[in-house]
Every structure is written in structure tokens, then in C-alpha cells.
Design a protein around this ligand. Structure first.
Ligand code: MEV
Length: 320
């Protein structure tokens, strides 16, 4: 049977990295999508193909596109296999075709989005129904393969959509806000490995226990305050919290001079706050812009600095 599913990408408003160490984080699903189509394969085995727009592959990444592609394909094969195993389907004849609007390796959840859509589409193709908790659990198989020991926040956001508060191992709370924050995403064009970045932060946190505990305490306060600011539509406060969050990420070494430059430029151009989003080391920053004039000013200035801009809005639905 043929089937298809799509899932959104994500941005993290507060708490990346510290969420791996147990702090709460806040994330928002955004309207950049991956789509998975499934049909029977000719070989009778699991086959995966993907249409990855090459302009989304980093300028700075020296690896050939083939390895970039492989990085996307193997987790999808794993996600498909895990789903078939889970629903006890003996029929392995499955061709999976992925297309993805989300830049890869940029902190916007391309891998979580494609794996979540894969799990959903494969289950559908066999007439099986998986609930969101079931998809969340299965998504750890490909996500662990790709990212080492991720917290689960990426797949949770892509599955549930909207804005969520997440805490390891599996606390997912949907946040209903009347007006989602108005966010600009800017991709620095430098792509990097989440696995290596998360691994280095975890290692450092084991050596500097006292210092990291203070950071975790502060991020816990920040994430709680972010939720309050979102509920009360207090953009000024939200901007300040984003700025402070960026500073903590800088202090633990996951920002770069390039990202710091984009963040500073966004603030100078009128953003109420700006921070890196995701694992850092490159990838994207997000800027909070409260009106259209500021939005286009910030976008223009960031583009001048070499960034690629994404005008995102909230995806309310998650995987479907
Ligand atoms: C990546 O989007 C977010 C990190 O916190 C890793 C994770 O939570 O798994 C850096």
C-alpha cells in the first residue's frame, strides 16, 4: 500500500544542550517540512531515496554531497526497519522517498522531522496506527544512531507541533499561546555534527560539575520564565531571556564567532533578542522581531553578513 506523512522542523527557544543534562527546554515547531512517501519496493527489501536540495547543503562543508546524503538515508532505513519490527510486519517490500525543505545539519530538526515522518508513513502503509508516544519512542533508534544520546526534544517537537516544554526522559507539555513569537531564522551556512557537540558538552559537564549545576539551575529559571513570557505575550522579557540563554551557550563553548556576529547584528538591527538555536557550532540563530519593519531590517542586515533567512511561523499540528 502507498502512504505518505509530513512533519515540521523545529527551533529551540530555550534550553538546548542543558536539556541533555536534565534541564527543561522550550521548543517550537516551524512551517518547514519534510515529506515521506512510501510504496512497495521492487527488490522486496527496504529501499530509501531522497531528494535533498543541494543549495541546503553547507557552503563550508567540504564533504561530498554523497556522504551528506548517506547521513540522511541510513537513519531513515533504521526508522523504517524499527517501525516494521515494532508492528510485526513481515512484509519488507518498502520503497521510501524523502523530500526535505529543512536545511540539513543546521539545528532545525531535519533528521528528527524526516525520521518521525518515516515512522508515521511506514506504519500507515501497513494499516497500523501508532500514537504520538509510540512514534516518540521509536524515533530514538535513528536519532541515537545519528546523534549519540539526544534528549528527545527534537522528535517530540516534530511529533506534537506547536510550542512544547520538554524535560528528559519524556515529559512533553503542550503550551497554548494566543500569539506565537514572531521569529526570524538565519542559517550561518556552516553545518556541523550534533553528536560531536553534545558529546563535548556532556564530557565537560562531568569534569566541571559545580559550574554546570549552576548553569542548569539558571536555564531552569530561564525556561520557566520563557513560558511565562509566552503566555503573557511579553516580547521584551522573552528577548532578554533569549539573550541570556545565548550567553550561557557561548560560555559552554557551543557558539562560534560567526554565530556571535549574527546574534549581535540582529540585536543591533532591532531584534528584541537573539540566540543560537540547536546544537550550535554553526547552524542557525533565531531573532525575535516584533514588527514588520524591524523584521525586514534585521533580515536585510543578516543577509548582508552572508546568512540565509527563513521567515518561519508556528506549525500547530506536528506529524500528519
Ligand atoms: C539539538 O536540537 C538540541 C540539543 O539539546 C541536543 C538534544 O537535546 O538532543 C543540542
Amino acid at each position: 500500500m502507498t502512504a505518505s506523512s509530513r512533519a515540521p522542523g523545529k527551533i529551540i527557544l530555550s534550553g538546548e544542550h542543558f536539556v541533555v543534562l536534565g534541564a527543561p527546554a522550550v521548543a517550537m515547531a516551524v512551517n518547514l517540512y519534510s515529506k515521506i512517501e512510501v510504496r512497495p519496493s521492487q527488490s522486496g527489501q527496504i529501499e530509501v531515496t531522497a531528494d535533498i536540495p543541494l543549495h541546503l547543503v553547507s557552503k563550508a562543508d567540504k564533504r561530498p554531497p554523497a556522504s551528506e546524503k548517506q547521513e540522511l538515508l541510513e537513519p531513515l532505513r533504521l526508522a523504517a526497519k524499527a517501525t516494521l519490527d515494532h508492528i510485526e510486519s513481515r512484509d519488507r517490500s518498502l520503497h521510501l522517498d524523502a523530500s526535505c525543505q529543512i536545511p540539513i545539519g543546521a539545528g532545525l530538526g531535519s533528521s528528527a522531522s524526516t525520521t518521525v515522518a518515516t515512522i508515521s508513513a511506514v506504519a500507515k502503509s501497513r494499516g497500523a496506527k501508532l500514537d504520538r508516544r509510540g512514534i516518540f519512542k521509536l524515533a530514538f533508534i535513528p536519532e541515537n544512531y545519528l546523534h549519540g544520546k539526544p534528549s528527545g526534544i527534537d522528535q517530540a517537537t516534530c511529533i506534537y507541533g506547536g510550542i512544547i516544554q520538554f524535560r528528559k526522559p519524556s515529559s512533553i507539555k503542550a503550551l497554548n499561546v494566543k500569539r506565537p513569537p514572531s521569529i526570524l531564522v538565519c542559517d550561518s551556512g556552516v553545518h556541523r555534527s550534533t553528536k560531536a557537540l553534545v558529546g563535548s558538552v556532556v564530557k565537560r559537564s562531568q569534569k566541571q560539575i559545580g559550574r554546570f549545576q549552576r548553569h542548569i539551575d539558571e536555564i531552569t529559571t530561564i525556561s520557566n520564565a520563557v513560558i511565562k513570557a509566552l503566555r503573557s505575550e511579553d516580547d521584551l522579557e522573552l528577548g532578554l531571556l533569549m539573550n541570556r540563554n545565548h550567553e550561557l551557550l557561548r560560555q559552554i563553548g557551543v557558539s562560534t564567532p560567526g554565530l556571535d556576529g549574527l546574534v549581535a547584528e540582529a540585536r543591533k538591527a532591532g531584534a528584541l533578542g537573539a540566540k543560537l538555536t540547536g546544537a550550535g557550532g554553526g547552524g542557525c540563530i533565531i531573532a525575535l522581531v516584533d514588527d514588520d519593519k524591524i523584521r525586514s531590517n534585521v533580515a536585510r542586515k543578516l543577509r548582508k553578513k552572508g546568512g540565509t533567512l527563513y521567515n518561519v511561523s508556528l506549525d500547530p499540528k506536528g506529524v500528519e
